[in-house]
Design a protein around this ligand. Structure first.
Ligand SMILES: C=C(O[C@@H]1C=C(C(=O)O)C=C[C@H]1O)C(=O)O
Length: 95
């Protein structure tokens, strides 16, 4: 069990790094989108989820894990993107 948990902890550190890198692109999207109502793009959300679900079986990742994990990741990414978008607009107004 110690060995298994060692590997889980190792992979969690990698996941943190990968999700952090993904999040830098969420911030980039907040800078690129010209309108606040473009932050939530439903067709793109479904595109992201369908690509993940197409890729998951090749790595034996159950859909029951992949789909809710990605939907939550996208939901929290959108909340972060709104915060970044609003902070950017507020700093534009201040300057
Ligand atoms: C990053 C984007 O913004 C949002 C975040 C997404 C994501 O986390 O993958 C997908 C769609 C968007 O609503 C985007 O539009 O691509």
């Amino acid at each position: 069990m110690t060995d298994v948990r060692y590997e889980i902890d190792r992979l969690d550190r990698l996941l943190v790094e990968i999700i952090a890198e993904r999040t830098t692109y969420i911030k980039a999207a907040s800078r690129i989108k010209p309108d606040r109502d473009m932050v939530v793009d439903h067709p793109r959300i479904e595109d992201v989820v369908s690509k993940v679900l197409a890729h998951a079986p090749q790595h034996n990742l159950p859909k029951e894990i992949a789909e809710p994990v990605w939907r939550l990741l996208i939901e929290r990414s959108i909340a972060y993107e709104f915060e970044a978008y609003d902070a950017l607009k507020a700093s534009d107004i201040d300057s």
